[in-house]
Design a protein around this ligand. Structure first.
Ligand SMILES: Nc1ncnc2c1ncn2[C@@H]1O[C@H](COP(=O)(O)OP(=O)(O)OP(=O)(O)O)[C@@H](O)[C@H]1O
Ligand code: SF4
Ligand SMILES: [Mg+2]
Length: 334
C-alpha cells in the first residue's frame, strides 16, 4: 500500500498570547491540509496570523504564547501534542523552515560553511563528507564560486544570498515539507524573481511539499497549487490557487486582489481595503470582516460564520456569498 496522500493536516489551530496584561487571540481555528507534492500558499494582510500559524507548527512560538490548541498531524504525528516524542525527529528534519530574514537566523560569528558543516554533522553525514555536502548545497542554491565563499560570514553576503543560504540550511537535512515564511519580501524585484525560480526548481528536484506564506498574491500565484486566505486568525477562503485568484468568493479575498496595483493596465494606484485588521483581544464573536464589508447584513454579527464548502475543492467563511452561485466577484482578473 502506498503512503497516504495527506502529509500535513492542520485542524482548528488556535494560538493566544498574553501581552501587556491582556490576551491577543492571534489564531482562532485555522485548518488546511497539504498533500504530498502540493504547494499551498497562505495569504493575508499583516497581522492576519500567517507567521504565528507556521511558528506553532514548528514549535517556535515565543514564551508569552499559550500552548496551541487544535491539532497538526504530519504523517500521522501530532506536532502540537507534547507527548509525541517523534516531533523532534520531524521539525528541522522532515520539515524545513525558511525565515523571512534568513540573515538573522544565521549565526553572525560563524562562517556559513561551518554552519552548514555543523548541520550536516547533526544530521548524520560522515565527517569526511560534510565539507562536500556544504559545498554542494551552496552550489545548488546558486552561490557562485562556492569553495571560496565557504569561510565567508553572513554579513559578507547580500540579503538575497542570505535567503539562498537559509534555503540551503532548510533543505540539507532532506525534508519532505518546506515551510517558507515570506522568503522574498525583503529583497528587490529581480532577486525576488530569482528566489521564486530557485524555490520552484528545488521543490521539483527534491519532490517537496511547500507551505509558502506571503502577502504577495503574485508570488503565491506563481508558486502554489492551492491557497488559504487568512483574516483575523481564521481561514476565510481556500481552494485551487488559480480559481481563487481569478474568481474570489469572499469579499475580503476580492478586496485583497483588487488592492494589487496593475501597472500593465495603466493604473498603478494603490487601493487597499478601507479599515484595518480587527483587534484580537477576544475570540471573534461574529464575522471579523464585518466592519470593512460592503455586503454586511445584521446576521453577520450574530455568530462566527462557519467555513462552508461551495464546491468540492473550495470553501468560504461567508454565508451571504455562499448562498449564491459563485463567482460573485468573477471580474477581478489579475
Ligand atoms: N509575541 C507576541 N505577543 C503578542 N502578540 C503577538 C505576538 N506575536 C504575534 N502577535 C500578534 O499575533 C497576530 C498575528 O501575528 P502574525 O505575526 O502571525 O501576523 P502575520 O500575518 O504573519 O503578519 P505579517 O504579514 O506582518 O508578517 C498579530 O496581531 C500580532 O500582533
Ligand atoms: S459574513 Fe457578512 S460581514 Fe462577513 S464577509 Fe460575509 S457578508 Fe461580509
Ligand atoms: Mg508574518
Amino acid at each position: 500500500m502506498g503512503q497516504p496522500s495527506v502529509l500535513l493536516d492542520v485542524h482548528d489551530l488556535s494560538v493566544r498570547f498574553r501581552a501587556g496584561g491582556r490576551s491577543v487571540y492571534a489564531v482562532n481555528g485555522v485548518g488546511f491540509t497539504v498533500d504530498r507534492g502540493e504547494r499551498r500558499g497562505i495569504a493575508g494582510e499583516s497581522g492576519s496570523g500567517k507567521s504565528v500559524t507556521c511558528r506553532a507548527l514548528l514549535g517556535l512560538l515565543p514564551s508569552n504564547a499559550n500552548a496551541p490548541g487544535g491539532s497538526a498531524r504530519f504523517a500521522g504525528t501530532d506536532l502540537l501534542d507534547p507527548r509525541q516524542l517523534d516531533q523532534c525527529k520531524i521539525r528541522g528534519r522532515r520539515i524545513g523552515y525558511v525565515f523571512q530574514d534568513s540573515r538573522s537566523a544565521l549565526d553572525p560569528y560563524l562562517p556559513v560553511g561551518n554552519q552548514l558543516i555543523e548541520l550536516a554533522a547533526v544530521h548524520g553525514v560522515a565527517a569526511a563528507q560534510r565539507r562536500d555536502v556544504a559545498l554542494e548545497w551552496l552550489e545548488r542554491v546558486g552561490i557562485h564560486d562556492a569553495p571560496s565563499r565557504l569561510m565567508s560570514y553572513p554579513h559578507e553576503f547580500s540579503g538575497g544570498m542570505c535567503q539562498r543560504i537559509g534555503i540551503a540550511m532548510a533543505l540539507l537535512p532532506g525534508p519532505e515539507l518546506l515551510i517558507a515564511d515570506e522568503p522574498t519580501s525583503d529583497v528587490d524585484v529581480t532577486t525576488q524573481r530569482r528566489l521564486i525560480e530557485l524555490i520552484e526548481r528545488l521543490c521539483a528536484e527534491e519532490s517537496l511539499s511547500l507551505v509558502l506564506v506571503s502577502h504577495d498574491l503574485g508570488v503565491i500565484g506563481r508558486l502554489c497549487d492551492t491557497v488559504s486566505v487568512l483574516y483575523g486568525g481564521l481561514v476565510v477562503e481556500q481552494g485551487p490557487c488559480q480559481a481563487v485568484l481569478s474568481t474570489p468568493i469572499h469579499p475580503y479575498t476580492a478586496g485583497l486582489i483588487a488592492s494589487v496595483p496593475r501597472v500593465s493596465a495603466g493604473d498603478a494606484r494603490v487601493r487597499g481595503i478601507p479599515g484595518g485588521q480587527p483587534t484580537l483581544s477576544a475570540p471573534p464573536a461574529g464575522c471579523p470582516f464585518a466592519p470593512r464589508c460592503d455586503l454586511h447584513e445584521p446576521g453577520c454579527d450574530a455568530a462566527l460564520p462557519p467555513l462552508v464548502a461551495v464546491a468540492s475543492d473550495r470553501a468560504v467563511r461567508c454565508p451571504v456569498v455562499a448562498r449564491e452561485p459563485y463567482p460573485r466577484f468573477g471580474g477581478a482578473q489579475r
